[in-house]
Unconditional design. Structure first.
Lengths: 183, 192
């Protein structure tokens, strides 16, 4: 079946992306104000120096508010989400904010891994706004971090699938490239 | 207790391990491209996301200075030369062949043929799609964004969508039957 862009509404495309571009990592964006925002259209734009970005758009319930807060703050923290923290979504009632070392935005103590980011740019892209930030500092719960690596099994990070599904990194499996005969 | 690491004090490898270790699990964009001289290329990228719904757009990051010679530089060269790519999603049924394409294949090798994957013609763009993939997005490059010195963010506008016949239930798409492969870190994966 072939579908052309005009055959689906923006909401239809959102649903297709949610199903097909998965599993998606989650991040909770924390800012100086009281509000917390979950983003799942996020990724890395540059390896070194590390630059993270996420796209804010009509699919975010409070997207305009999030963009305004980020402009005002000039920084933000991306907090990784494990199973216990995912269980407290969407309200995230009672989570604890603690000071960051490099930015004004606080970190969420209950998150097992956090990235302090300085806002680099907000780039319009269709109906999305790409919010790009350079990571200035990383924080990782010490039982997850050995030899510069994060232990995915212990982290139990949660990924989103479709609109309501999820999975975790609790039981990853290994695949290596096979010796395939070259033509 | 938490360990704090300042990014400026990290070398490239340590920073990479932290970014890729925190942002998990990741979807895999299996990108097919065609070079200016007509050689097809396939390579997996796990730094990717949807970025827009009107018009529909997807983005993936390609490193400009690859840490290993795995064909990712071929993808970026082809995208820059032709402005087209196909974003194929990875299903568990063919995940090992996706991993095989990430070996160090030279530019003249067609990873479709070398790794036992089927190149099916696309409807709008020149690069073929992966016939084994249940969902393929044909894309034209909308923007190439350099948000850092070592990588390029490739933003593509979807010009056609292919879904496997089995996913169409009447007028609606039903994805409940597909098992997707996601990337964790290094050589580890999850299914969802």
């Amino acid at each position: 079946v072939i579908l052309l862009p005009e055959q689906l509404s923006p909401a239809g495309w959102q649903a297709v992306f949610a199903e097909a571009v998965a599993p998606r990592p989650l991040a909770i964006v924390s800012l100086p104000g009281p509000d917390l925002h979950v983003v799942e259209w996020y990724s890395t734009a540059c390896a070194y120096p590390p630059v993270q970005y996420f796209s804010v758009g009509p699919w975010d319930e409070r997207g305009e508010e999030l963009l305004a807060s980020i402009w005002e703050a000039g920084d933000f923290v991306l907090n990784g989400v494990d199973e216990p923290l995912a269980g407290r979504l969407p309200a995230l009632a009672g989570v604890t904010r603690e000071p960051s070392v490099s930015v004004r935005s606080p970190r969420i103590r209950e998150s097992p891994a956090q990235m302090e980011c300085r806002l680099l740019d907000v780039i319009p892209c269709g109906d999305g706004r790409l919010v790009a930030g350079e990571v200035l500092a990383f924080h990782v719960r010490d039982d997850l971090y050995h030899d510069d690596r994060i232990d995915a099994r212990a982290y139990r990070a949660v990924g989103r699938v479709g609109s309501g599904g999820s999975c975790t990194t609790a039981e990853p499996y290994v695949m290596e490239p096979r010796e395939v005969t070259r033509r | 207790m938490t360990v704090a690491r300042e990014a400026a004090a990290l070398d490239r490898r340590a920073a990479y391990k932290l970014v890729t270790g925190i942002m998990v699990p990741r979807p895999i964009a299996f990108i097919s491209t065609r070079s200016a001289d007509g050689v097809d290329n396939l390579a997996p990228f796990s730094w990717n996301t949807a970025v827009s719904t009107d018009p529909p757009m997807l983005a993936f990051t390609s490193n400009r200075l690859p840490s290993r010679p795995d064909g990712r530089e071929d993808t970026l060269r082809n995208v820059e030369a032709t402005g087209e790519f196909v974003h194929n999603i990875v299903a568990a049924e063919y995940e090992q062949r996706m991993v095989d394409t990430s070996a160090a294949w030279p530019p003249e090798v067609d990873e479709f043929a070398a790794c036992g994957l089927t190149a099916a013609p696309s409807a709008v763009v020149a690069p073929p799609r992966v016939a084994e993939s249940p969902v393929c997005f044909e894309c034209r490059v909308e923007r190439l964004l350099d948000l850092g010195p070592t990588s390029c963010l490739v933003v593509g506008r979807v010009v056609a969508l292919h879904v496997a016949d089995g996913l169409l239930a009447g007028e609606t798409l039903d994805f409940s039957g597909i098992r997707r492969t996601g990337r964790v870190a290094g050589t580890s994966y999850v299914r969802a």
